[in-house]
Design a protein around this ligand. Structure first.
Ligand code: AMP
Length: 415
């Protein structure tokens, strides 16, 4: 026998049983986004490598260690997209969206790729659902974006959700602060993990994210960027709080919050599920007021979020619900199988979900299968041309006119 080929490490198949939860999430998201005036956008799954190198930042973990980058047959360097914001900003510039009424509000869902060490909740191909609002620097948009992700998690019933909020200020304030932080890290270098110590110059902010006890202790007394925000940035941040307070959104200000992407300015946030363990971050985002200009477009502020679909589904746990069927059409003997097939087609055309036996089961086996697939009723076609309807929950059976099945078994319209 040939050797079996398996799905690549860190990837997974989405089987029909997993699909119900994913569809529910997609539908809930679509409703919330459309209500708030966000239009759906789809961008290519691979892009010019330079887009992410420039947009996300060369020094980030994502770009330096986690990208699936390869040369295509024409010798161009392309990369499977590791995140959505850079691509959407590219599309904004490419399609001249700055000429539209601002802000331009977009949402998306699709697969993303990062070469990470796989574990529960962390994959090499995963799905993100997200939104971006480009063309306004108003704190109203920050609050709207945060509110939509909060509403989506609430609508889905995600338990133990917490929101962490921070601000990175302007790139200028950040440059001054980075120098101050680097000096602090150098002064405490012997207590830092080797990885953090090696990256003091390239990415000092990541020290706040480190897990090792030595670095964590040093970081407890580190100066924070929140204490160094300038007037306008501090005001912007204060207004975001006021708006969230007014909307009744609960949050915790986290002065040590940093995100793994370079493009953020001002507001940053993360939603966590405290029941998820190590990979507790459900989604996050923030403002990126310089990114569009960095990608060759006009100065355009923006704010957005991305949430991990698989993480959200993990947080919901439990067995996926079995999708119910309206009817199962059973043939009392083999002579009725063509009739059953015709009736199933008629019921489906009438908008009902219906199935019949495709595996040569006995009548008893067919009724057992009807039960297994969650059929509300079974229609049993008898050899003499008559039919009976069986209520699958009570087992009650009565005659039914075969010509009137579709009309008689239609479920009551929902109140
Ligand atoms: P990020 O773009 O890093 O801010 O990620 C946004 C969200 O995507 C995270 O909060 C996770 O829920 C999800 N996510 C990021 N990386 C992965 C991964 N490797 N596997 C599964 N989900 C991920």
């Amino acid at each position: 026998m040939s050797e079996k080929i398996q799905a690549p490490r860190g990837t997974f198949d989405v089987l029909p049983a997993d699909e119900a939860g994913r569809s529910r999430l997609l539908q809930a998201g679509a409703v919330l986004f459309e209500r708030a005036g966000y239009g759906r956008i789809e961008t290519p799954i691979f892009e010019d490598t330079a887009l992410f190198a420039r947009g996300v930042g060369e020094a980030t973990d994502i770009v330096s260690k986690e990208m699936f980058t390869f040369e295509d047959r024409g010798g161009r360097s392309v990369t499977l997209r590791p995140e959505g914001t850079a691509s959407i900003c590219r599309a904004y510039v490419e399609h001249g969206m700055h000429k539209l009424a601002q802000p331009v509000k977009l949402w998306y869902i699709g697969p993303y790729f990062r070469y990470e060490a796989p574990q529960a909740g962390r994959y090499r191909q995963f799905t993100q659902i997200g939104a971006e609002a480009m063309g306004s620097d108003s704190p109203l948009v920050d609050a709207e974006i945060i509110g939509i992700l909060g509403d989506l998690l609430a609508e889905l019933g995600v338990p133990a959700v917490s929101l962490r909020l921070g601000s990175l200020g302007s790139p200028e304030a950040r440059t001054d602060y980075r120098e101050e932080l680097k000096a602090y890290l150098r002064a405490n270098e012997s207590d830092l993990s080797k990885e953090v110590a090696l990256r003091i110059e390239a990415n000092p902010l990541r020290a706040f994210d480190a897990a090792d006890p030595g670095t964590r202790e040093v970081m407890q007394n580190a100066p924070t960027l929140l204490e160094r925000l300038d007037g306008e940035d501090a005001e912007h941040f204060a207004e975001v709080h006021q708006l969230l307070d007014a909307a009744g959104v609960e949050y915790e200000i986290d002065p040590t919050l940093v995100r793994g992407l370079d493009y953020y300015t001002r507001t940053i946030f993360e939603f966590h599920c405290e029941e998820l363990g190590a990979q507790s971050q459900l989604g996050g985002g923030g403002r990126y007021d310089r990114l569009v200009a960095e990608l060759g477009g006009p100065e355009t502020p923006g704010v957005g979020f991305a949430a991990g679909v698989e993480r959200i589904l993990l947080s919901l746990g439990g067995e996926p619900p079995v999708p119910a069927r309206d009817a199962f059409v059973a043939a009392a003997d083999d002579g009725q199988r063509h009739r059953a097939s015709a009736l199933v087609a008629e019921l489906r055309n009438a908008g009902l979900s219906a199935e019949t036996d495709l595996a040569g089961r006995s009548l008893k086996g067919q009724l057992k299968h009807a039960d297994r697939i969650g059929a509300r009723v079974a229609i049993i076609l008898d050899a003499d041309g008559s039919a009976q309807v069986r209520d699958m929950s009570t087992g009650e059976q009565q005659p039914i006119d075969p010509a009137e099945v579709a009309g008689k078994i239609a479920p009551d319209p929902e109140p």
